[in-house]
Design a protein around this ligand. Structure first.
Ligand code: WT7
Length: 668
């Protein structure tokens, strides 16, 4: 925490003052601040009220306002030079390329909107599940859905059929947009097969998808099964529609739902995080402007998948609202060689490069020579998101990728927050950076660090990050579960009887003596694997699909590249014996039921899990044993167990783990 500020030069120091001045104004009078900011966007009707806080924590922004985000992302450019500017430089993994201008994108969005509305019968507020690879039709699908007032729910293409089915069922979706397949590490993945399986499982659970739209990924010519009357190839429907088709943007109320995006929570069931039309639009527009200081000749590459919020906000909505040129890539970042990304940065002259610490650690592992082969001098800003960035990784990013000149924009935020909340803001003033700190909250973000008792933590004292005021980009609830919304985000520190509402992100944080924020990772039972959120219970539920498993506990253990990886401890049913084969089978089940990202690094077998008297698994104990760390202070471990009991459980568990390792090595 005593990391020295990097000497970007004295001239940057007044930046802190400038930033604080704007923040002060935004927090003292948020209503007039946001009233003014929201007017930079196009609305069909302005709002009657900037913020309706009469029913907290269900805050409503720009109430009475009517708009459609696609007007701000597309229509508004059609009378300007941006029309002929590149929106996406797309590149497939095998090296095939497409260049899509804003005019092209506009045409395609209108065309797909027409198909969705007329051929597939999508009406306003219908949920459209999008399960697609990183091909240009993916952003088109989001925008086309938004244009006709549908609610999109994107499911990452790497998710299993079961995970897809869960999301279809929860949202009661009647339309699915998918693709025949895509390339990953040189292999063709048949996505339609997974989609079919997902649709089948959903039907078993009572939710019938009525129509499936299948985009053919160019050049793939994959033979897929099509169900008569349900499945339609997009190109076959699209070719009947004239090039100049215009689908009027559906007028949407500001508080309407723009999209749902599922994310893992502390229970097995993923949460359907909802974002609003108006609030999300205004917030991501401004957050983007402050964090990236967009310029007309910028080429932005956000190396993420549109299946996650990073892609929604930083590959689709925000950059398009700013008329930016983006790079979009289908495949693995290190395929066919570790310099794939740097080769592309050089070729497209990328100016803003934004990715996760996991990706940066992977590039670093491959060695500097892969980077040095390329001219990366076009880059003017580097971004990081998804996990805490270790100072040494920060420095490598800064020195090797950024030539020791490029600021690192470390952006802390969540699916729930819509866009960056705490981040250096070169679009306002670039404050001196400290490696590993996301610096200061953006305007409109009333962030603080609280201790256990809900008091502001002292400088240097570890606590929990909190947001003390509503902001336009906040989630508006969880789909179908208002109680869970209140419980998860507002229960911890709010004082409803005093009218105090505090948003709880469930991250540890520290504010240092200079007021810089350091985000330290999850404070709940959620893992962050390679920048992706995974609930421990969710993985445990997946493991329980294996017939041999009686009980499972999952904890996160440190990993040099992925940050954290799951480790599973399993109790077997009567009649099963631990073995390497069983370990592999269990991993396979997790891959199939959930996702490859969730596969445990190790599966260990024990006869009994360490639990409290009420049956709560002692995860900290498991974690300590698994990582060989000391147990630490046990007084706060589990309230109901005595220190003696915990120590005994720890010894017992340690022996069991050692035994498990011996068996798996074939020594017992
Ligand atoms: C969680 C949110 C934000 C889009 C991608 C992940 C962690 C995110 C940072 C950062 C430290 C970070 C937090 C947060 N996180 N950015 N810059 N420094 N931690 O979105 O899946 O909703 O995960 O990612 O733990 O709560 P997500």
């Amino acid at each position: 925490m005593t990391e020295q500020a990097l000497p970007f030069g004295e001239k940057y120091y007044p930046a802190i003052k400038k930033l604080m001045e704007i923040r002060r104004r935004s927090l003292e009078d948020p209503i007039s601040f946001w009233d003014e900011k929201a007017r930079e966007l196009i609305w069909f009707r302005y709002w009657d009220k900037v913020l309706d806080d009469s029913n907290p924590p269900f805050f409503k922004w720009f109430v009475g306002g009517v708009t459609n985000i696609t007007v701000n992302a597309l229509d508004k450019w059609m009378k300007t030079d941006v029309k002929n500017k590149v929106a996406y430089y797309w590149e497939g993994e095998p090296g095939d390329r497409r260049v899509i201008s804003y005019a092209d994108l506009y045409r395609e969005v209108n065309r797909m909107a027409k198909v969705l509305r007329e051929d597939l019968g999508v009406k306003p507020d219908d949920r459209v599940v999008i399960y697609m690879p990183m091909i240009p039709e993916l952003p088109v699908a989001l925008l086309a859905t938004a244009r006709i007032g549908g609610i999109h729910s994107v499911v990452f293409s790497g998710f299993s059929p079961k995970a897809l089915a869960d999301r279809i069922v929860d949202a009661k979706a009647k339309v699915l947009i998918t693709a025949d397949g895509y390339y990953r590490r040189g292999k063709v993945i048949n996505l339609k097969r997974n989609a079919d399986e997902g649709v089948r499982i959903a039907a078993e659970q009572g939710v019938e998808v009525e129509k499936v739209l299948v985009v053919r990924r160019g050049g793939l010519d994959l033979d897929v099964e099509m169900k008569e009357g349900r499945d339609f190839f997009y190109d076959e429907l699209a070719k009947k529609i004239p090039d100049n088709v215009y689908v009027p943007p559906e007028p949407r109320k500001s508080e309407d739902v723009l999209f749902i995006l599922y994310s893992s929570g502390t229970t097995g069931k993923p949460k359907g995080i909802m974002h609003s039309v108006g609030g999300y639009m205004v917030w991501v527009y401004w957050s983007f402007k402050w964090t990236w200081d967009p310029r007309p000749d910028d080429i932005m590459w956000t190396l993420a998948d549109i299946g996650w919020i990073t892609g929604h906000t930083y590959i689709v909505y925000a950059p398009l609202m700013h008329g930016m040129t983006n790079v979009m890539y289908e495949g693995a970042p290190d395929y066919p060689a570790p310099d794939r990304v740097w080769e592309m940065v050089e070729r497209y002259r990328v100016t803003i490069f934004y990715t996760s610490p996991t990706a940066i650690r992977l590039f670093r592992k491959y060695g500097d020579e892969w980077v040095k082969k390329h001219d990366l001098s076009s880059i003017r800003l580097l971004g990081s998101v998804g996990e805490p960035i270790n100072p040494d990784v920060w420095k490598w990013y800064y020195e090797v990728i950024g030539r020791g000149e490029t600021p690192i924009v470390d952006t802390w935020w969540q699916t729930e927050t819509g866009a960056a909340m705490i981040a250096p803001a070169p679009g306002i003033a670039l404050v001196p950076l400290k490696p590993g700190s996301a610096t200061f909250p953006l305007p409109g973000v009333d962030a603080d660090v609280f201790n256990d008792r809900g008091e502001p933590a002292k400088p240097g004292e570890k606590g929990y990050i909190v947001i003390k005021k509503p902001w336009p980009g906040m989630l508006i609830g969880l789909w179908g579960d208002p109680q869970r919304y209140i419980r998860t985000y507002w229960q911890r520190f709010s004082k409803p009887d005093q009218g105090v509402w505090i948003y709880y992100p469930a991250d540890y944080a520290v504010k240092d003596e200079d007021g810089y924020f350091w985000l330290l990772g999850r404070a709940d039972e959620v893992l962050n694997v390679a920048g992706h959120r995974l609930g421990t219970t969710e993985i445990e539920d997946a493991i329980l699909h294996h017939p041999a498993v009686a009980e499972a506990a999952v904890v996160g253990i440190p990993d040099p590249v992925k940050g954290e990886v799951p480790l599973a401890v399993v109790v077997l049913r009567e009649g099963y014996r631990p073995s390497r084969e069983l370990e592999e089978e269990i991993k396979k089940v997790v891959r199939e039921v959930l996702s490859p990202i969730a596969v445990p690094a190790r599966v260990l077998f024990v006869n009994k899990l360490p639990k409290t008297r009420s049956g709560k698994i002692m995860r900290r104990l498991i974690k300590a044993v698994a990582t060989g760390a000391p147990l630490g202070d046990v007084s706060t471990l589990e309230d109901e167990a005595s220190v003696e009991e915990i120590k005994r459980a720890w010894e017992e568990f340690k022996r069991a783990i050692e035994e498990s390792e011996r068996i798996l090595r074939g020594e017992a």
